[in-house]
Write a protein that binds this ligand. Structure first.
Ligand code: C5P
Length: 227
């Protein structure tokens, strides 16, 4: 069967990573969470008190950043300079800064290069904001996911609460709307639907229904002969 690249883009917290993980597991593909990469850079910048307005500080900081992923007991963990930061990068203080960091072109160039290298052998599911438009415009399958802001905020709130993060639903909703605003409005690689992306609105779809819908489309694609 043909190995393909599957790009999943969309708004914050609309279930991209859940779908991408399940898809990768079912197909025995690699899964890359590019949001985790932007979060890891943001964590480094916060911890080292880098001034994001100062391009030379950013360039110097990026030279010190190494990101890799490791599967531990079936779960993907993000490592920053060999330290497991999976839990830390999901905290609100990182979520509140990440979109400002992701709007910096030098940061995007640095990460996009690494993401493109990860897809060289295909057989990959990658989720983010610019995967179908910038990282892999040639991806064989592209999905653009969306759900209502209230549904997304509630899901994210439940997830953060289950991890004992002390937070209100209003704070989560505000963070999602603010990230969407910055992500869609930035000059470099704004979040947008690729012309050839298939839109999935999962406000009223169960995880199982969504996975099945996407798997049916993948099956059709991987059976297509390579011209
Ligand atoms: O996917 P996640 O919500 O963890 O992404 C965190 C942030 O990283 C996004 O709000 C966005 O600002 C940035 N991001 C991006 N491009 C990507 C992935 C994430 O700009 N491909």
């Amino acid at each position: 069967m043909n190995k393909i690249i599957i790009a999943i883009d969309g708004y914050s917290s609309c279930g991209k990573s859940t779908l991408a993980k399940e898809l990768a597991q079912t197909l025995s593909y690699a899964y890359i969470d590019t949001g985790a990469m932007y979060r890891a850079v943001t964590l480094y910048i916060i911890k080292h008190k880098i001034d994001i307005q100062d391009s030379s500080q950013i360039e110097d900081a990026l030279k010190q950043v190494q990101i890799h992923f490791k599967n531990i007991e079936g779960k993907n963990h993000t490592f920053l300079n060999h330290v497991n930061v999976e839990e830390e990068i999901r905290k609100m203080y990182v979520s509140n800064q990440v979109s400002n960091v992701a709007a910096i072109s030098a940061v995007r160039r640095f990460l996009v290069k690494q993401q493109q290298a990860m897809g060289l052998k295909k057989g990959i599911v990658m989720d983010g904001r610019d995967i179908g438009t910038v990282v892999f415009p040639q991806a064989e399958l592209k999905f653009f996911m969306t759900a209502s802001p209230e549904v997304r905020a509630k899901r994210r709130f439940d997830e953060l609460r289950s991890k004992n993060q002390n937070i209100t639903l209003e704070e989560v909703l505000h963070n999602l709307q603010e990230r969407d605003r910055i992500d869609t409005g930035r000059a470099d690689s704004p979040l947008m639907q690729a012309n050839d992306a298939i839109v999935i609105d999962n406000s009223n779809l169960s995880k199982q229904e969504q996975l099945q819908k996407v798997l049916d489309l993948v099956q059709l694609k991987i059976q297509e002969p390579i011209i």
